[in-house]
Design a protein around this ligand. Structure first.
Ligand SMILES: Cc1ncc(C[n+]2csc(CCOP(=O)(O)OP(=O)(O)O)c2C)c(N)n1
Ligand SMILES: [Mg+2]
Length: 808
């Protein structure tokens, strides 16, 4: 392995028994007959999971050799669980700590949702989540544990690997993490099982009729425990048992006189220092772990958390066991390797133990035979990721056609148009049942309350009360087979539901189609890491950023007005981000998205910003579908194509209307003929431009390819001006593929509590500013006089000395 490329080994060393008991006795594989258990592996325990897969013959020695060297010939292994990188192996990306506990809770809940809606058979499949004790400090880890108990998720088991350490040092040096977690989970209504002491302690505990030992165990803080487990037997005798002479007696040789029955004497054989040192902790004792898991899977009516006491770097010897630097331990030196070998009884001599890169018992050895037999009994290998869903069939042209027609003058917002589409999709015979509308307490904000009545809000216990608004048409209807996931005020939880639904095509073999609609500012910005995990996981579905646009959401101010999310969507490689202006654009994008994800099986998902500004939705101007999907098309050409003064205006989302108004002003007042383009996706255009450039660079001898932006604007005359409700960087990033200089208007800066007109003046993105920018470009090109420009600024009421909104 290349020097320093690393891989942490101490985590798995502490958790090996926790996993092995699971692999040999509990984790059932997915098959046609049974959905299987779902296991979230602690991300940085992956070296151990790979080692086991190697023993199972699923991973080659070469792949192991290339751990963290994925680009080596023959392939390697990703550092952590990444379904994007190893789509046949890993199912859940867990290494960003705190995500997996939350995802696991919502996964277990989603499994129930599928059952309650009759989408899958009721089974006893479990969701297991393995986490670190340090990981529980992430707010996401414990943030939703009351949901699990409220929903009586006895299909959910958390195993917290309590090695009392995180990366830098003890998790609670001056406290007791296990006690703390016990209180938190018990208080939240979970079944708590502590696996603290190995079987070796049982006789001592039995002898301890006065409860001295239990009392002593409760006295120590974690920092002291950490010291004890790496200390000599003599140290343990002195510092742990030595605190009370009666306690000491429990592990000391007794005199004959103290025992009336000599047989008893045998039970309390003197314990040598060595055996004191070897008193195992619960998490390293397979029997104790098995008993805990068995109790957990048999638990009814509540989720279970197992708090398993372990030693970080268990078995790594002097250098790596229980020390504060343990987490950084990446390799064993020769002595340590020999010690490890001896301690765990691996049949290698001194040389082989250093030289042989990987030890695998022979195929016919009892170990491999046992391991294989156990996996066979449990249905196959875990983890395995496979896609078991069948593609959907229909094209749904009929469904989306009506939205191509326009609203015939009726003013609607793109959000309202989306809700209408959703309503229609929910009635579709093929995809209706597959749709999962998800809202974080914002259904009314987006005008979705009519869906409460028609498809119902999912509640595992139905509705136990008569809703206050039962007499109204749109009453708050909860139902056991309800389709809407109304998650309450948790974007993170909603996103976890989105992930569970959007990956059901693999987890359950069902093409669930989630539509998660939320306040756009609280998406990428707030739960970006979950979105990144969704991307890694090849989640499918639609994220809808509602009330989008920095100047389109009026009144709310800087916390709510979103001019960022289209930029924040850029780094997520497989998300398609669109900022549609009109209902027909939205319809084209959603229809195509369903086709690409659920028919063609592409590993992509969608981010669509939708606005709450009502305006008349025009009909689709001819067949512009391709342009909509590729990112831009000409929406309305200039009336007078012969004019000497020409311009191209680029608008997106609600700001497209400002560009259309500017087109009119320019034509009627200044004799400028402008074509107006709808830019539906700067991200698509950017990716296309980059890919074209890249291909040309690598194929210099061949006919150069032309970026879509360049192709589209090949015959477009005049100056170029773009305006959007997002940062100026969006148009700027594609300007290099445009035929000429581009003037970009955008909404960089903090929002304001104001109405749309004032906001668009403040951010300089309204029709007047687009007009001024166009005239300025014409002036720079020497096409018009300064006086025309100056007069326009005055006539249009533009304050040339206003502060720059980006810093004001
Ligand atoms: C969100 C996040 N922050 C930081 C890290 C870096 N990190 C990886 S492992 C680790 C310590 C883990 O401690 P614990 O959860 O107790 O797990 P253990 O290795 O002790 O089982 C840290 C800080 C990460 N993976 N994710
Ligand atoms: Mg830990």
């Amino acid at each position: 392995m290349e020097h320093n490329i690393g891989g942490h080994i101490s985590t798995y060393a502490s958790a090996a028994t926790l996993y092995e008991v699971g692999f040999n006795h509990f984790f059932r594989a997915r098959s046609e007959e049974f959905e299987g258990d779902t296991v979230y592996f602690q991300g940085h325990a992956s070296p151990g999971i790979y080692a086991r897969a190697f023993l199972e013959g699923r991973i080659s020695a070469q792949q192991l050799e290339n751990f963290r060297r994925e680009l080596k010939p023959g392939g390697g292994l990703s550092s952590y669980p990444h379904p994007w990188l190893m789509p046949d192996f890993w199912e859940f990306p867990t290494v960003s700590m705190g995500l997996s506990p939350l995802m696991a809770i919502y996964q277990a809940r989603f499994n129930r949702y599928l059952e309650d809606r009759g989408m899958k058979p009721v089974t006893d499949a479990k969701v297991w989540a393995f986490l670190g004790d340090g990981e529980t400090d992430e707010p996401e880890s414990l943030g939703a544990i009351t949901l699990a108990s409220r929903e009586k998720l006895d299909n959910l088991i958390f195993v917290v690997n309590c090695n009392l350490q995180r990366l830098d040092g003890p998790v609670r040096g001056n406290g007791q993490i296990i006690q703390e977690l016990e209180s938190a989970f018990r208080g939240a209504g979970w079944n708590v099982i502590k696996v603290l002491w190995g079987s070796e302690w049982d006789p001592i505990l039995e002898r301890d009729t006065e409860g001295l030992l239990v009392k002593r165990m409760g006295e120590l803080v974690d920092g002291e425990y950490q010291k004890l487990v790496v200390s000599s037997g003599a140290y343990v005798r002195e510092h742990f048992f030595g605190s009370d002479p009666r306690l000491l007696q429990l592990v000391e040789p007794m005199s004959d006189e103290s025992w009336s029955d000599p047989r008893l004497l045998q039970l309390v054989e003197p314990m040598s220092d060595e055996s004191l040192r070897r008193l195992r902790l619960g998490g390293h004792d397979p029997r104790k772990v098995y008993a805990a898991y068995k109790a957990a899977v048999e638990q009814k009516g509540k989720p279970t958390v197992i708090l398993a006491r372990t030693i970080k770097g268990y078995g790594l010897g002097e250098a790596g066991e229980g020390k504060n630097v343990t987490h950084q331990q990446k390799k064993l030196n020769e002595d340590e390797l020999r010690e490890f070998r001896s301690r765990f009884g691996i049949p290698l001599n001194d040389e082989d133990c250093i030289e042989v890169p990987f030890y695998r018992p022979a195929e016919d050895s009892v170990e491999i035979q046992y391991l294989r037999a156990r996996r066979e009994a449990l249905g196959g290998y875990v983890p395995t990721r496979s896609i078991r869903s069948k593609p959907i069939m229909a094209d749904h042209d009929e469904l989306f056609k009506e939205f191509h027609e326009g609203s015939e003058g009726r003013e609607v917002s793109t959000t309202m148009a989306f809700v209408q589409m959703l309503r229609k999709m929910l009635k579709d015979p093929e995809i209706g049942k597959l749709i999962v509308p998800i809202v974080p307490d914002e259904a009314r904000t987006f005008g979705m309350e009519s869906l409460f009545r028609t498809v119902g809000i999912y509640s595992s216990i139905g509705q136990k009360y008569e809703p206050v608004d039962v007499n109204t048409l749109l009453y708050y209807k909860e139902a056991k087979d309800g389709q809407i996931l109304e998650e309450g005020i948790t974007e993170a939880g909603s996103m976890a539901s989105f992930i569970a639904a959007g990956s059901a095509y693999a987890t359950h073999g069902i093409n669930m189609i989630p539509f998660f609609i939320y306040y756009s500012m609280f998406g990428f910005q707030r739960i970006g890491d979950f979105i990144w995990a969704a991307a890694d996981m090849r989640t499918r579905g639609f994220l809808l950023g509602g009330t989008a646009g920095r100047t389109t959401l009026s009144g709310e101010g800087l916390q709510h007005q979103d001019g960022n999310s289209q930029v924040l969507a850029l780094p997520v490689p497989n998300i398609k981000a669109y900022d549609p202006a009109f209902a027909f654009e939205l319809a084209v994008i959603i229809q195509d998205g369903i086709r690409r994800m659920y028919k063609d099986g592409e590993s992509i998902f969608y981010y669509l910003t939708v606005m709450n500004e009502p305006y008349a939705m025009p009909a689709m101007p001819g067949d512009v579908k391709e342009g909509i999907l590729k990112g831009m098309y000409c929406f309305r050409r200039a009336a007078n194509g012969k004019s000497k003064l020409r311009a191209q205006l680029f608008g997106s989302g609600a700001i497209l209307n400002e560009a259309l108004r500017a087109q009119e002003i320019l034509e009627t007042k200044y004799g400028v003929a402008a074509d107006v383009w709808s830019v539906t996706s700067y991200k698509e255009l950017y990716n296309d431009g980059n890919e074209t450039e890249r291909w040309n660079r690598l194929h210099a001898g061949e006919k150069p390819r032309v970026p879509y932006v360049t192709k589209s604007l090949a015959d477009a005359p005049g100056v170029l001006v773009a305006a959007s409700d997002y940062l100026k960087t969006l148009p700027n990033m594609i300007s290099k593929w445009m035929p000429r200089r581009l003037a970009s208007l955008g909404t960089d800066g903090f929002g304001r509590s104001e109405g749309r007109t004032s906001l668009r003046d403040f951010f300089e993105v309204d029709a007047r500013f687009i007009t001024v920018a166009t005239l300025h470009e014409l002036f720079v090109d020497g096409k018009i006089e300064r006086t025309v420009l100056d007069k326009a600024i005055k006539d249009l009421g533009v304050n040339a000395d206003k502060p720059n909104p980006v810093i004001s």
